[in-house]
Design a protein around this ligand. Structure first.
Ligand code: MN3
Length: 207
């Protein structure tokens, strides 16, 4: 079976996350950066037709199954496509005092003490991550919540984790508005987290 990966549509307009994420950054991030990962992933899979019937998650989880010639491209561009597809989903227009509810709120409290402590730890991981990469809230093999970071476009599935929430800390995600002030970007990002979707992700993972 042949298929091509496609750039997903956003569920909200580019200016919907203002003033925390500006429309220009969102548009470039989606139509240039994310689109380029999709194009280059498809180009790589042109050279390896056997890989075209597999899910992206399967490819990322089993890099040894990917031929040398396309392995790096699948890791970087496949990871980029997977990461950004989740990133757009777990954001939404600003809500005051947005916090997780239900099962996710309970899981966060059980693992981190309370939401404030979780937020503090996640913020520290995201601001402290050196260079390009991502901060994640994941579930490990035992079903426990954990905060991890990855380099470049690596996805947590490569380390046996399932991500439910991810924050892009590449400079392209914030530089137009925040320049070098990553901590301010991270602080403001909390206003636009889609906790309902993160909660859905947790349910789907635990099913
Ligand atoms: Mn990005």
């Amino acid at each position: 079976m042949r298929y091509k990966f496609e750039l997903p549509q956003l569920r909200y307009p580019y200016d919907a996350l203002e003033p925390y994420l500006d429309a220009r950054t969102m548009e470039i991030h989606h139509t240039k950066h994310h689109a380029s990962y999709v194009t280059k992933l498809n180009e790589a899979l042109e050279k390896w037709p056997e890989g075209q019937g597999k899910s992206l998650e399967e490819l990322l989880q089993n890099p040894e199954s990917v031929p040398d010639a396309v392995r790096t491209a699948v890791r970087n561009h496949g990871g980029g496509h997977q990461n950004h597809s989740l990133f757009w989903q777990i954001m939404k227009p600003p809500a005051r005092n947005g916090e997780p509810v239900g099962e996710l709120a309970d899981a966060i409290a059980a693992q981190f003490g309370d939401f404030a402590k979780f937020r503090e730890e996640f913020t520290k991981a995201a601001t402290g991550h050196f260079g390009s990469g991502w901060a994640w809230l994941v579930i490990d093999a035992d079903g426990k919540l954990k905060i991890v970071t990855t380099q470049n476009q690596d996805n947590p599935v490569m380390s046996g984790y399932t991500p439910m929430l991810g924050l892009d800390v590449w400079e392209h995600a914030y530089y137009l508005k925040y320049q070098n002030r990553r901590p301010e970007y991270v602080e403001n990002w909390w206003n636009i987290v889609n906790w309902e979707q993160a909660g859905e992700n947790l349910k789907n993972i635990r099913m």
